[in-house]
Design a protein around this ligand. Structure first.
Ligand SMILES: [Zn+2]
Length: 246
């Protein structure tokens, strides 16, 4: 197995239809030094802190839930079933084995308050929370379950649940108004490394294509500036290359 495969697949789709692959072991760290019990994949944690800082949200935006093991997800499912019943649970809690939280790339955020609702934290569309939502794309995060896309994501609108997808993907999805499902479908249309989807961000020019995930390493495109690989959990490998333009 290639070294890059383990735990660094920012575009991994995990949902009821696409369960968490068993070989993904994210490298975890505290999402925020003040909340050491909330864990995130290393790179996602770094960018979360940067985005919260950029909007002046330190101390006001609180990470509530990050990485979960399958067992924890089962526990949350069972507890919510008991307390809230089946309809509520199916609407707001992902099936064990099918939660994005198991990737270490998802984070539930709340506005700081004396009492925080663990299942449905308060993350209003105002003030510092709104500023975070507006800047998130630049830092590689998306609002994962937006209103109006429930038929695509299969999950109710969750203003508190953000997902790290990496740079520049977060910015592209935000700009085009795409969910992760829709973005991966868009990339299905770019199966040729010589004719990638192109995106300009600051001084960088990105090229993105989707190849089969068993594509031999020597056939992968190489960017002048660098190359990032991510499995999509649908049999594909999203290859992102970039170069700096003056
Ligand atoms: Zn969540």
């Amino acid at each position: 197995m290639r070294a890059w495969v383990r735990g660094r697949d920012p575009l991994l789709l995990v949902s009821a239809a696409h369960p968490m692959p068993e070989d993904v072991r994210p490298e975890l760290t505290a999402a925020d030094e003040n909340w050491p019990q909330v864990l995130l994949e290393r790179q996602a944690a770094r960018l979360l802190v940067a985005c919260v800082q950029a909007v002046g949200g330190r101390g006001q935006i609180v990470p509530v839930s990050g990485w979960r093991s399958r067992e924890e997800q089962q526990q949350i499912w069972d507890d919510t079933m008991e307390k809230e019943g089946e309809a509520f649970t199916r609407q707001y809690v992902a099936l064990p084995g099918c939660s994005e939280h198991q990737t270490g790339l998802a984070i539930d955020l709340s506005l700081a308050a004396p009492h925080i609702d663990f299942i449905r934290p308060d993350f209003p569309d105002t003030g510092v929370c709104r500023a975070f939502q507006e800047q998130a794309g630049k830092y590689g995060f998306i609002l994962r379950y937006p209103a109006g896309k429930e038929h695509i994501t299969g999950i109710a609108y969750e203003p508190w649940h953000f997902r790290y997808v990496g740079v520049p993907h977060g910015a592209i999805m935000t700009q085009l108004g795409l969910t992760l499902e829709e973005y991966l479908e868009l990339m299905d249309g770019y199966p040729d490394g010589d004719r990638p989807f192109r995106f300009r961000m600051g001084e960088y020019q990105f090229g993105i294509c989707r190849l089969p995930d068993d594509c031999p390493e020597e056939d992968l495109p190489r960017g002048e500036g660098g190359c990032q690989l991510s499995r999509d959990n649908r049999g594909g490998l999203i290859v992102t290359t970039w170069c700096r333009e003056g």
